[in-house]
Design a protein around this ligand. Structure first.
Ligand SMILES: N=CN[C@@H](CCC(=O)O)C(=O)O
Length: 272
């Protein structure tokens, strides 16, 4: 069974898609309750939204759903935000804190271990391999992790989420020039709101791979789903008109990050 898709390119930029997959093996589907089967917390259509924006970009996409196991959580099970409401490695609830499993069918430790081996580890092995391949070409790699979420989720955050939420774990996961490139675009995106390292500071993927001192940079973009879905409720339809407007800015962000990465790579070669 394939649990990820890879498209290789020659750009220093790699797009990660940990949450757009909707595959749930039948034996796991049987254990989800009616609420879980809505798959509400999917990053709906995000791979489509970014498709074709940067010609030589590499993409790595998990095809399994985050309710099987969350590819953006620490495999050791450490919480992303200790002490705050969040969802875990194999979530017990959705983003509203409501159970997704039938009574008595909650995943066991043995289930989690099996899903780590069958889904989480292969996805991250593929992502790590692409980061190494791209770094071998340029001496540098930038992982841009692509996400989306409903703009109003009282269980997770107060108020309405800004449209663009950039996460770099408070500046730790990438060179400041890469962060600045993204921030500059979103600040100038008319009609859109934005924040840097607000409620979404970057998930495990961004924090794990982002090691600027080694030449591997990571940045997360969390988009409010209101920016590209007709409604943030079922059937979670892609809104072509909204997406067309948004893609202009996303293309600008990726292009600026790519140019910045090539400049950093050039400078790094020059100093050796
Ligand atoms: N759409 C998904 N959002 C991420 C956010 C991680 C974070 O920055 O807190 C997630 O839950 O994995």
């Amino acid at each position: 069974m394939t649990v990820f898709e890879v498209k290789q390119g020659t750009s220093p930029v790699i797009l990660g898609f940990p949450h757009t997959g909707i595959d749930v093996p039948p034996a796991i589907w049987e254990r989800l309750n009616d609420n879980g089967r809505i798959l509400a917390d999917t990053d709906w259509h995000i791979h489509r939204l970014y498709d074709g924006l940067l010609p030589q970009v590499t993409t790595v996409r998990a095809t399994f759903h985050r309710y099987v196991i969350d590819a953006n959580r620490d495999p050791e099970g450490v919480s992303l935000y200790p002490g705050q409401n969040t969802t875990g490695l194999v979530p017990g609830t959705d983003f509203d804190g409501v159970s997704i499993w039938r009574d008595g069918e909650e995943p066991t430790e043995a289930d989690i271990a099996a899903r780590l081996a069958d889904f989480h580890a292969p996805y991250h092995a593929a992502l790590a391999a692409e980061i190494e391949r791209v770094k071998a070409i340029h001496g540098i790699a930038v992982l841009y992790d692509c996400h989306s979420i409903r703009s109003d989720i009282p269980f997770l955050f107060e108020g309405t989420l800004p449209d663009f939420n950039i996460g770099t774990d408070s500046g730790k996961t990438c060179d400041p020039a890469i962060q600045d490139a993204a921030v500059d675009v979103v600040l100038n995106a008319q009609g859109y709101t934005s924040i840097l390292n607000g409620r979404f500071k970057g998930g495990w993927t961004t924090r794990h791979y982002g090691r600027p001192e080694t030449g591997v940079h990571a940045i997360q973009m969390e988009l409010a789903q209101s920016t590209h879905l007709t409604t943030e409720t079922p059937p979670f339809a892609y809104d072509e008109a909204k997406a067309t407007k948004l893609r202009i800015h996303l293309k600008d962000i990726l292009t600026r990050i790519e140019t910045t990465a090539l400049t950093l790579a050039h400078t790094k070669r020059g100093t050796k």
